[in-house]
Design a protein around this ligand. Structure first.
Ligand SMILES: CC(C)(COP(=O)(O)OP(=O)(O)OC[C@H]1O[C@@H](n2cnc3c(N)ncnc32)[C@H](O)[C@@H]1OP(=O)(O)O)[C@@H](O)C(=O)NCCC(=O)NCCS
Length: 224
């Protein structure tokens, strides 16, 4: 499919969306760059974001000021980069930023810096349902975020984290495998190369030897 598809009552404002991507019912994409084969599910708000190829969201996600890599899976009810209120002022109410409340005048308004810290989500990340990734937090490549987690700090690549605040439960792979994954960055290969690696993608428990073979196929093909 050339171009992208928008579903019922969805809007795309001041944004670019790549080929074969879809924007689900009632979703709103604002000031964002969306790659190819991306799915923004229904009832999402995606604002000031970059979402790279093949990543997808679930229903009812709210994603602000975030860069997301490739092949990342985001479940339903997830919030990333929620805006914050400045609790060190006398009032946290937005009347201090917004003259529409008729309390402060233009000159008295405080610059709204609620969106200054961006969040980053890597490649091949899986974020479980109803989780929140706080503003400014980075989720590196390969991380699993368990259901209902609140992530307040940057975890290590390929860790499995969960809870509130999220803590490391275990690692997805041994260090030797993680090193290879981080080095080969398979997610940046084009689809033709990934097709050649299908035996590795369908294998349930990957070993170090598998990884070495996978690495060889990827690097041989990249060089061509
Ligand atoms: C994180 C997760 C992937 C781990 O799965 P797993 O490897 O099978 O882990 P286990 O069930 O063996 O649990 C390991 C430990 O972590 C705890 N744990 C697992 N998931 C947790 C979560 N979401 N929050 C808090 N603790 C969690 C378990 O209670 C267990 O603790 P224990 O060692 O004290 O007994 C899984 O539990 C999860 O949260 N999946 C997300 C599901 C989801 O959101 N799906 C949406 C559709 S995509």
């Amino acid at each position: 499919m050339a171009g992208y598809k928008t579903y019922y009552m969805s809007t795309v404002e001041n944004s670019s969306v790549g080929d074969n991507s879809i924007i689900g019912d009632f979703s709103r994409v604002r000031n964002s760059e969306i790659g190819k084969y991306v799915r923004i599910d229904r009832n999402n708000l995606v604002q000031n974001c970059k979402i790279d190829d093949y990543s997808y969201t679930g229903p009812f996600d709210m994603i602000f000021n975030t860069e997301i890599g490739k092949f990342t899976s985001i479940s339903y009810g997830v919030t990333i980069g929620p805006p914050e209120h400045d609790y060190k002022r006398i009032s946290m109410h937005p009347f201090i930023y917004n003259k529409g409340y008729d309390i402060l005048d233009d000159d008295d308004l405080i610059r709204n810096d609620k969106f200054d810290r961006i969040s980053k989500i890597g490649n091949d990340v899986w974020i479980g349902c109803n989780s929140t990734i706080l503003r400014g937090v980075e989720i590196p490549n390969g991380v699993v975020v368990g259901a209902n987690s609140v992530v307040t700090k940057t975890p290590t690549p390929y860790s499995i984290i969960a809870g509130c605040p999220a803590r490391v439960l275990k690692m997805r792979f041994a260090d030797s495998i993680i090193r290879i994954m981080q080095e080969i960055r398979w997610w940046d290969c084009d689809a033709k190369i990934l097709k050649k690696c299908k035996d590795f993608f369908v294998k349930p428990n990957i070993t170090f030897e598998d990884c070495l073979k996978f690495q060889t196929i990827i690097s041989d093909n990249k060089e061509k």
